[in-house]
Ligand binder design. Structure first.
Ligand code: DX5
Ligand code: ZN
Length: 221
């Protein structure tokens, strides 16, 4: 597998200069813009919503925007993100009363859909909707904050998720989110991930290109 994507989480960007930060990280070689939406209800933090997504599009950002909804309930915000220019919309099964319907709403709006799994959330939520997801996102920290430490047990879960995806025969990306950096990206890829969210590991460095290049070098090894 060689189609690796790097998705910097703008949660760790300087929000006072968000347009410039996103331009810089894309120029540095990022593939997706990972957009963390927190509602101070499903998770204990409050971040950004559809207006900011729209503002990035109006600013001229054309790269895929990977919207990670840490929101409950999800259904009433999905349409707003579709209109705001989201490319991929993922949500946590705990945030939806009707998972199949929420996935369908996302695809009906022309976006790629996905489910997100907290460290203690079982992958069995995928059992009957494998044909409706374009992305499986495993959290390797508990959601809510950037800068946390990667939970090692996620590696086994990644292997399980990779096997489920392979057995399904569908074209589904496997994304990892939380505590990813130059030092562990290779073993995470070996466990099956093909899409890597990294917030603090990129935005807390001075040279985004050097950091992303170093991540890609690890993936090429
Ligand atoms: C956490 C978010 C992550 C977070 C990752 O709830 O979903 O996307 O920003 O940040 P780092 O890479 O710093 O762990
Ligand atoms: Zn995220």
């Amino acid at each position: 597998m060689s189609d690796f994507k790097i998705a910097p989480s703008i949660l760790s960007a300087d929000f006072a200069r968000l347009g410039e930060e996103v331009e810089n990280v894309l120029a540095a070689g990022a593939d997706y813009v990972h957009f963390d939406v927190m509602d101070n209800h499903y998770v204990p933090n409050l971040t950004i919503g559809p207006m900011v997504c729209k503002a990035l599009r109006n600013h001229g950002i054309e790269a895929p925007i990977d919207v990670h909804l840490m929101v409950k309930p999800v259904d009433r915000i999905i349409g707003d993100f579709i209109e705001a220019g989201a490319s991929i919309i993922t949500f946590h099964p705990e945030g939806s009363e009707h998972i199949d319907r929420s996935l369908q709403m996302i695809r009906d709006g022309g976006c790629k859909s996905g489910l997100v799994f907290n460290p203690a959330t079982p992958l069995s939520h995928l059992d009957y909707v494998m044909d409706k997801v374009d992305m499986v996102l495993l959290m390797s920290v508990n959601p809510g904050f950037g800068g946390q430490k990667f939970i090692p047990g996620t590696l086994d879960k990644l292997r399980q998720a990779r096997e489920m995806i392979q057995n399904s025969g569908f074209d589904i990306r496997l994304e990892i989110d939380g505590g990813v950096g130059i030092g562990n990206i290779r073993e995470i890829a070996e466990a099956g991930a093909d899409t890597f969210v990294a917030g603090s590991a990129i935005f807390n460095t001075d040279d985004y290109k050097a950091t992303i290049d170093a991540m890609r070098a690890e993936l090429a090894n």
